[in-house]
Ligand binder design. Structure first.
Ligand SMILES: Nc1ncnc2c1ncn2[C@@H]1O[C@H](COP(=O)(O)OP(=O)(O)O)[C@@H](O)[C@H]1O
Length: 321
């Protein structure tokens, strides 16, 4: 019998834990149940499963919305975050975090930088300013880029800051609704307050990282809280200027996969340039008897996602090699 080749390395993925010590509730539409308290147990179950994997995982990607905005109202943000980080801290491997809207409902951007959700290694090259994007290389000829989908946003920044004003102006231009969280009647429904986008400085930095990766024959996985391809999202959950991020990716050959959260139903597509877009199902809308996380096994020619609970298994071939 032919031996199954070992992967080069493997990593864990999880999205939208949205933990709060609160009774179950519902999403805005009132139809989707949210298991606020149980989500911490599902995270602990995920950690236990990852910790038992052999060979051990190289790292875990947490795709944003680790705690729910409900915590802010109850003054429980710090306690909730401590519990989530303690659960993840049982893993002996690095966890890389991207920030979602619910992080900003609980903490300012400045504050988040001083919490355990700041996973950017000290001294890592990053865009100028307070953008949280960074990249790292977990293995030879492989790179992970962590994007900051709320770099251009009204969430997380002081109302008197230039970036807040710039974001608000753009949002108001695109969204005339009384509630800026409402996408009703919009030509570009992603222009809602609970989303955000990428600044030009971040896109320029991203372009340089991908140029380096192209030149060094690296394969790149990109992660961000907001999806950037309509085939892997509904029209509301996309990043404001998702097309700009896609243009940067498509002007290089190195990117093999874009990982996102935010859309709790999940999504997937293979785009016209051979990039896999995987939007992970959210833990928060996952019943207690199931789960929503995965392990990605990386090979020379493909990545294999082993999904748990609501997350499906998936083989993602590297189309450009
Ligand atoms: N269609 C809508 N119209 C107005 N407000 C909305 C709408 N959809 C969501 N919201 C509000 O936007 C915010 C973010 O929505 P939420 O459901 O919490 O997003 P998430 O899926 O990230 O948890 C909430 O305050 C919610 O009440």
């Amino acid at each position: 019998m032919e031996a199954v080749p070992a992967p080069l390395f493997a990593f864990g993925v999880i999205a939208d834990i949205q933990y709060a010590d609160a009774e179950d509730g519902y999403d805005f539409s009132g139809y989707r149940r949210r298991y606020y308290r149980q989500s911490l147990q599902l995270l602990r179950d995920a950690v236990e499963a990852w910790a038992a994997e052999r060979p051990p995982l190289a790292f875990v990607l947490q795709l944003g919305d680790s705690i729910d905005g409900l915590n802010a109202r109850g003054g429980r943000a710090v306690a909730a975050l401590e519990q989530v980080l303690a659960a993840l801290g049982r893993l002996p491997v690095p966890v890389h975090h991207t920030w979602g809207n619910h992080e900003f409902y609980n903490f300012s951007r400045a504050r988040l930088a001083h919490t355990g959700l700041n996973s950017r290694p000290a001294g890592a090259a990053a865009p100028a300013g307070d953008c949280q994007a960074y990249d790292f290389s977990p293995a030879t000829r492989f790179r992970v880029v962590v994007l900051d989908a709320y770099d251009m946003s009204v969430l997380g920044r002081e109302p008197d800051s230039p970036r807040y004003q710039e974001a608000l102006q753009l949002l108001r231009e695109k969204n005339p609704n009384e509630s800026l969280n409402s996408p009703a009647g919009l030509k570009e429904p992603q222009f809602v307050e609970f989303n955000g986008g990428f600044s030009q400085a971040q896109l320029d930095w991203f372009n340089e990282v991908l140029k380096f990766s192209d030149e060094n024959q690296e394969k790149v996985v990109v992660m961000g809280h907001l999806p950037i391809h309509p085939g892997a999202s509904d029209s509301v959950c996309l990043a404001w200027n998702y097309e700009d991020a896609l243009s940067v990716i498509h002007s290089h050959r190195c990117v093999v996969c874009f990982l996102a959260g935010h859309l709790h139903d999940g999504g997937y597509c293979l785009d016209s340039h051979g990039v896999h877009h995987l939007t992970l199902e959210g833990v928060i809308e996952t019943p207690p008897e199931s789960n929503a996380f995965g392990t990605v096994y990386v090979y020379e020619d493909k990545m294999i996602l082993k999904g748990r609970g609501r997350v499906s298994d998936r083989v993602m071939h590297f189309c450009k090699w």
